[in-house]
Design a protein around this ligand. Structure first.
Ligand code: PRP
Ligand code: URA
Length: 209
């Protein structure tokens, strides 16, 4: 079964509480989503492998550490996942970026695919799939399935807010994918929105409604 890590870092908790408020406008919402993504990326990359590297500083030679193992990629689920990309790249600037376009049908709540463009070597990379919201889990489960069909073998999923229903569905469908969550909320409402949540993440990031 996959690992589920709910972030307990005080800065992450503080920033998530801040953006939940309906008073926060798009500019600030977008900026803070980026900051949260950076902090979550920092936490979720704790176990990346290191190797020794010989360095000559201006003072002397030394053996330091550098990242080894698989190269990284970030794949946002459009649209709202885009809000997390720059924050991720602030931490892992050499990662490549793919895109998966999915929206949730407002009547059936099932995901509808409309786009997929991935780095050509994504099957050799460790892929961080990002989306601020994990509600029913339908979008994430479909995105991970699309990636697996393209040959991706190593994935992690990162979201800012999750509902227990989505976590369960995701773990059942993809037990090999570790899940990093900023805040685990209470439940879904009758429209499959996360309660208490923060509303529609895509609309709040892009100022649409
Ligand atoms: C939101 C969110 C997730 C999805 C979560 O996207 O960003 O992708 O809903 O819901 P689920 O877990 O029930 O599938 P939305 O469909 O609103 O599209 P958008 O990002 O283009 O606004
Ligand atoms: N998508 C969102 O943006 N918010 C929710 O609460 C559920 C799905």
């Amino acid at each position: 079964m996959s690992k589920v890590q709910v972030m307990d870092h005080p800065l992450i908790q503080h920033k998530i509480s801040y953006i939940r408020s309906e008073e926060v406008g798009s500019k600030e919402f977008r900026e803070i989503v980026g900051e949260i993504a950076s902090l979550m990326c920092y936490e979720a990359t704790r176990d990346l492998k290191l190797e020794d590297v010989r360095i000559k500083t201006p003072i002397c030679e030394m053996v330091g550490k550098q990242l080894s193992g698989k190269k990284l990629a970030v794949v946002p689920i459009l649209r709202a996942g885009l809000g997390m990309v720059d924050g991720m790249l602030n931490m892992i600037p050499s990662a490549k970026v793919g895109h998966i376009g999915l929206y949730r049908d407002p009547e059936t709540y099932e995901p509808v695919e409309y786009y997929c463009k991935l780095p050509s070597d994504c099957d050799e990379r460790e892929v961080f799939v990002v989306d601020p919201m994990l509600a029913t889990g339908g979008s994430c489960v479909a995105a991970l399935q699309m990636l697996k069909e393209k040959g991706v073998k190593h994935m992690r999923f990162m979201c800012i807010i999750a509902a227990p229903e989505g976590v369960k569905r995701l773990q059942e469908a993809h037990p090999d994918v570790d899940i990093y969550i900023g805040a685990l909320d209470d439940h879904l409402n009758e429209h499959k929105y996360i309660v208490p949540g923060l509303g529609d993440a895509g609309d709040r990031i892009f100022g649409t409604k």
